[in-house]
Design a protein around this ligand. Structure first.
Ligand code: BGC
Length: 448
């Protein structure tokens, strides 16, 4: 059977500034919260730091050449706020602007459309010191940054994403294992609320420009939890709590339905972690977007009995026991349920999807990534089914173009379809790169 995607389907790859650029102290760049956090001993597996990463600050032409080899028609990347405005507010860095102009000129020449995220987790450290997203002044700071981006790059970007995965800001402020490394849930909820207001204000600013060819949206990851046994109230409760209080519900509900869900409101009252909400915030947050980007990696199956047993055996709980199981076949269901639950009536993208190679060191073995191909193949077939079934998904971005700085996992999780040699900075196509280029050429999977 052939799995042919709709005409004009977007086939892309995705990256983010902090994960690939390096050039930490070059070209007038300021420090980010992640630069500082990653240098604190013990925060990153293997002690990896993003100072050089893939060195895309210098090797951007090589990156574009790789994308040409693949044949992608869109590149999802992010702007580095500390490269554009080193202190977060105030002076704009001309070298930072020039860097992205060069990237965009290269993409244009290669016929690759730009999909750019304004904020993919790298907050200028100067603003972190002032309280980061927990400070309501952030709305003004972010809007100023967004204005600089729109003034310089407005219609050169086909798809603008305000924020990538707001959950990272929650994790960094409530759980401590992302930057800035705080463990304060009430503060984290304030940060996320303010972040959503920043999103809404940015959409308003964008609309005031009346662009003809640029669109704006947001990316929220959906790691949906399902109960292992839907007749077991404990499993059902575990899944609902995870989805609503810490997962996608926390963002999609205010973004598409206005306000927090009843479930989350009750939870926040009970735990005394309700953020300060200013009248009008929810109207601002649920501005009409042009598209919704869903990052999809996996779903999690909540089996409370198993979790309890593992917690007793290993001294930790959570869902790690599900990690090696990939439920790609559930993507269609996740898409359908998300669209229905939040009444999403705008086009969608799978704005990220990929598979890590964890802790592998042998280059030949890493290059032979059949496991990734098998995973991607299943995801695309399920995605095809979802589109056939009427879900309006316009494009797919593979995470990631190349192995890069994988946040707290450092360089130990390799998501690339190009191998990155972090000593020489050479990039080498993995088996999956050739596979993906055939998929793109065929606009789908032929005789799969
Ligand atoms: C993030 C990426 C990250 C990827 C793989 C997503 O949550 O947006 O920055 O590298 O997942 O973990």
């Amino acid at each position: 059977m052939n799995y042919t995607f709709p005409e004009n389907f977007i086939w892309g790859v995705a990256t983010a500034a902090q994960q690939i650029e390096g050039g930490m102290r070059e070209g007038g760049r300021g420090l980010s919260n992640w630069d500082v956090f990653s240098h604190i001993p013990g925060t990153i597996s293997g002690g990896g730091v993003p100072d050089v990463a893939c060195d895309s600050y210098h090797l951007v032409e090589r990156d574009i050449a790789m994308m040409k080899e693949l044949g992608v028609n869109s590149y999802r990347f992010s702007f580095s706020w500390p490269r554009i405005i080193p202190d977060g507010t105030g002076k704009v860095n001309p070298e930072g602007i020039a860097y992205y102009k060069k990237l965009l000129a290269g993409l244009k020449k290669a016929g690759i459309a730009a999909n750019a995220t304004m904020f993919h987790w790298d907050l200028p450290y100067a603003l972190q010191v002032k309280g980061g997203f927990g400070n309501r002044d952030m709305i003004r700071w972010f809007l100023n940054y967004a204005k600089v981006l729109l003034d310089n790059f407005g219609e050169d970007i086909e798809y603008w994403v305000t924020f990538n995965e707001p959950i990272a800001t929650f994790v960094g402020n409530a759980k401590g294992f992302f930057a800035p490394g705080l463990c304060d849930e009430a503060y984290a909820r304030q940060c996320c609320h303010n972040l959503l207001v920043c999103h809404g204000e940015t959409v308003k600013l964008f609309r005031s420009r009346n662009y003809q060819n640029a669109k704006i949206g947001i990316v929220v990851d959906v790691w949906k939890h399902y109960p292992a046994d839907p007749t077991n109230p404990e499993d059902v409760a575990a899944a609902a709590a995870a989805n609503e209080t810490e997962g996608y519900g926390m963002y999609l509900h205010p973004l598409f339905l206005g306000g927090y869900s009843q479930y989350l409101n009750a939870y926040m009252k009970e735990h005394d972690v309700m953020p300060d909400i200013v009248p009008g915030d929810f109207e601002t947050i649920c501005q009409k977007v042009d598209f919704y980007g869903m990052n999809f990696y996996n779903v999690l199956i909540d089996d409370s009995a198993k979790q309890r047993r593992l917690a007793a055996e290993h001294g930790e709980g959570g869902n790690y026991q599900n990690r090696p199981e990939y439920h790609t076949e559930l993507l269609e269901r996740v898409l359908r349920e998300t669209v229905d639950e939040y009444g999403i009536d705008v086009p969608l993208f799978i704005s990220e999807n990929g598979l890590p190679q964890i802790g592998m060191t042998d280059r030949e073995a890493i290059l032979d990534d059949q496991e990734r191909i098998d995973y991607l193949d299943k995801v695309l077939k399920t995605l095809h089914k979802a589109i056939q079934g009427g879900i309006d998904v316009r494009g797919y971005y593979l995470w990631s173009l190349m192995d890069n700085f994988e946040w707290s996992a450092g360089y130990e999780h390799r998501f690339g379809i190009y191998y990155t040699d972090f000593e020489t900075l050479e990039r080498i196509p993995k088996k999956s790169a050739a596979w993906y280029s055939v998929v793109i050429r065929n606009n789908g999977i032929v005789r799969g």
